[in-house]
Design a protein around this ligand. Structure first.
Ligand code: KG4
Ligand code: ZN
Length: 495
């Protein structure tokens, strides 16, 4: 399938379809021809197997801020394939490009399928033209939409792990970012328990939503769209946020955008710096993921270079903390204890860094061997009745994690000729990670970007701002039938 601008040469194909679609009120060939060649119109055709199976036209007079959708038609045999949406999307983008702020159209009162499609694009009925379609004596509904894609107000919902986050943005501007964490409820288990997290999301959602709306000082009705994380993450936890987002979308009639959690982490930088400078390497390190991304374009070109093959970086901190008798979450505890220790006291292994591993896992991570090494170190000393130097073990462990993370991230920058590194995820709180990343990036002439901490941990604002980017780029809303995808690929920015 291909959509391209129509030319005079398409007249015959378009007319054949015109007669097929509009049996009693087809335009004449003459009218269609003048439409195609006029300077204030823009017509596109859908081509399938070299045949025209759809077309649509827009009119926009210079100097006017209003555009009109003149016609839109798809061949009955190809309906249900989303071509109508594609055509609408193309006309919408063109109207925007031509500087229109309002788009109008007329639709047969008895064509409810088309009306549904237009509603999806935000069109509302603003009038009626009695007996407009002749000879059928059918009324026309006049529908209109405003293009406010410049700065859409987007509500973002995040529930992929143990943070229930709701954020609200206006374009690239942060209006509210409210987070409720169920971390404490997981503490006795030493890690996130999916069922407990899902239950906590359910309880937290309404109060977090109310607080976010309050903080942003807006009503639900002022929102232009809803964005929600649909993966990757814990399926049961994701489902709570998705259900809430769908319910809100249905109740308010606002469009919904299902977005990728990992790309959301990258988008968080927009709220801190106004834009994501690309290309950039992004290192996302949290309790749930450790991913190294190459981002050439936030919405269209995100590539996974590598990820952990076992524990996530944050998880490694949490598990090692347990071995060392420190409470959950372990990251901050190890960071605190490590301050007093010697990072070179014990040489712990750097996962997947040996030449034989680097061939296959150049940008992947592994922390389970490191965790075992720490456990063994402690065991051996305890068996001998010797005391464990906690600060030294913590500092040496932290050094091993940070060393691998930063080395691989910088390798990725250098090997892909990318002069930028962006960090995200809860582990960016780590003091040593920040220190080493800053030092090595400076040495290599790489720009290091770390958003403020409450935008680094899982939050709804990063989801909202990613949704806003999609809307501003003219992306269609997601269809309501998307679900939770716990292993969603990073290349799929929107589902
Ligand atoms: O992004 P985040 O808040 O969300 C989830 O993964 O749910 O990350 C939490 C993780 C935990 O594993 C925690 O131990 C780790 O980030 N973390 C740290 C530090 N602060 C939090 N890891 C190392 N050093 C820290 N200072
Ligand atoms: Zn995350």
């Amino acid at each position: 399938m291909l959509i391209r601008e129509a030319t005079e040469k398409d007249l015959a194909g378009i007319m054949a379809l015109e007669h097929e679609c509009f049996i009693n009120d087809a335009w004449s060939e003459e009218v269609m021809h003048s439409e195609l060649v006029a300077s204030h119109t823009f017509y596109v055709v859908v081509i399938e197997e070299e045949k025209i199976v759809g077309y649509a036209g827009l009119s926009k007079l210079p100097g006017s801020n209003q555009a009109d959708i003149q016609t839109i038609a798809t061949q009955p045999s190809v309906r249900g394939r989303g071509y109508g949406r594609e055509l609408m999307n193309t006309l919408n983008s063109k109207a925007k490009e031509l500087g229109a702020t309002e788009i109008f159209l007329e639709v047969r009162a008895d064509n409810t399928v088309a009306q549904k499609l237009y509603k999806l694009f935000g069109f509302k009925r603003i009038g009626i033209r009695k007996n407009y379609y002749q000879p059928d004596n059918v009324d026309a509904f006049v529908m209109q939409t405003t293009i406010n894609s410049k700065e859409p107000i987007v509500l973002g919902i995040e529930s992929s792990c143990d943070e229930t986050g709701i954020g609200i943005v206006r374009g690239n501007q942060l209006l509210a970012n409210v987070i409720s964490s169920s971390m404490e409820q997981h503490a006795i288990f030493g890690g996130v328990v999916p069922e407990v997290a899902a239950r906590a999301h359910l309880e937290a959602l309404t109060p977090v939503l109310d607080e976010a709306l309050n903080k942003a000082n807006i009503a639900l009705d002022d929102i232009d769209a809803i964005a929600v994380t649909n993966g990757p993450g814990l399926a049961g936890a994701l489902m709570v946020g998705i259900s809430a987002a769908k319910a809100l979308s249905v109740a308010t009639g606002k469009p919904i955008y299902a977005v990728n959690h990992l790309v959301g982490h990258v988008a968080a930088d927009i709220l801190a710096n106004g834009e994501v400078a690309t290309p950039t390497i992004a290192l996302l390190v949290s309790g749930g993921h450790t991913s190294l991304l190459l981002v050439r374009d936030l919405l269209t070109d995100v590539q996974l270079l590598g990820e952990t093959i076992d524990d996530a970086a944050g998880e490694a901190f949490d598990k090692v903390a347990r071995v060392l008798g420190l409470p959950y979450p372990g990251g901050p505890q190890i960071d605190r204890v490590a301050k007093e220790g010697n990072p070179t006291a014990i040489r712990f292994p750097r996962g997947l860094s040996l030449p034989k591993d680097m061939a296959e896992h150049r940008y992947d991570f592994s922390f389970s061997g490191l965790k075992t090494a720490v456990a063994r170190h402690v065991e051996v000393l305890e068996d001998k009745g010797e005391e464990v130097n906690l600060p030294d073990v913590a500092a040496s462990f932290r050094e091993a994690v940070v060393d691998v993370l930063v080395t691989k991230a910088i390798n990725a920058c250098k090997e892909h000729d990318v002069p930028r590194l962006l960090l995200g995820g809860g582990v960016t709180a780590n003091a040593r990670l920040r220190e080493i990343a800053a030092k090595r990036c400076a040495e290599e002439g790489i720009e290091l970007r770390i958003p403020p901490f409450d935008l680094c941990t899982d939050n709804g604002a990063m989801i909202a701002v990613l949704g806003a980017q999609l809307i501003m780029s003219g992306a269609l809303p997601s269809k309501l039938d998307f679900g939770a995808n716990s292993t969603l690929q990073v290349t799929k920015v929107q589902s």
